[in-house]
Design a protein around this ligand. Sequence first.
Ligand code: ACO
Length: 348
Amino acid sequence: MRSKIAGVGYYVPETVVKNADLELLMDTSDAWIQERTGIQERRYGKAHAETTTTMGARAAEIAIQRAGITKEEVDFIIFATLSPDYFFPGCGVLLQRELKITSLEAPALDIRNQCSGFIYGLSIADQFIKSGQYKNILLVGAEMHSMGLDFSSRGRNVTVIFGDGAGAVVVQPTESEGILNTVLHSDGTYAEELAFINPGCHGGYHLGKEAFGYTDQNYGGIFLTEKMWNEQMIFPTMNGPLVFKTAVVKFQEVILEALNKAGLQAEDIDLLIPHQANLRISQFIQQKLNLRNDQVWNNIQKYGNTTAATIPIALGEAWEAGKIKEGDLICMAAFGSGFTWGSVLLRW
Ligand code: ACO
């Protein structure tokens, strides 16, 4: 038993935020952003009207319809995001409620893994399909970054690259080739080099023994402290150059690892969908793998980096554009916070 992507859908919010709009908020420029990242604009969801979950649901509805199933047939949900609506519960159950598919009481699994979230999710879906446990897995990657970015000049290296959006696929069993292999990696050595650290339980405000009556002062606290708030330590931070340098190496390695496992070469790839973190990273990989422009799909110019949503949005766009035909060899690869990285090789 193998698995295949039976339907793909995506949703991007209406509001277009151009580089010039960000120039009004922080010390940046359209020229800098385009030159360093390739990004021209990104989308932002409507605050308090849209969330990671609602955007994910819109993408999921399209994927479900294209897979030719009813939403009640979804027997497992996997949701990947780094910008969940709540700390807990995760977006998986919220999506289930939003889609009104609670009747089956299908399990919902939330995964993190940031930019590699979709690749990790697809690998998990692949295993569950191969084991025969589920038949219609809904995998969603969605992000509402705009609600958690630093719009002052201090956050400019991170803020300009991120956008909001959602993508989804339905994964089903197939007797044809489908997913050939998935490769996953991580290295926690660099966890804080690209991270959203506060608020969090590692450094919250310690309430101490007065509040709890414990003799051990280590008990009790809250996630957010006055210091975190006053010093605005509540945004994602990134060591951009380190991430960039590591990404270009690991992307290439993980794509070649998947190809080697399948006994294939880079030239066999019909379409490479690299995670859209920076157009310069994608171009570097394309050059290293000696791929033509028509073998690589990039859309970062329009959407920025939508983290877990990036690959399914790009896959959906490429499919709609007729760039993916039956029998094509598709390679998807991602690298991001953690560090985590991975690839999926499939025959469409
Ligand atoms: N506008 C203007 N100037 C800026 C901006 C900005 N938006 N951001 C940074 N700068 C300045 C810096 O302050 C610095 O100035 P200085 O030389 O006076 O100190 C200068 O530009 C160069 O800064 P770098 O950080 O070295 O810039 P770099 O060329 O590396 O580009 C970028 C930054 C675009 C973030 C790049 O490092 C990058 O793309 N990194 C990888 C991102 C990535 O792959 N992320 C993984 C996925 S995300 C995830 O997993 C959640």
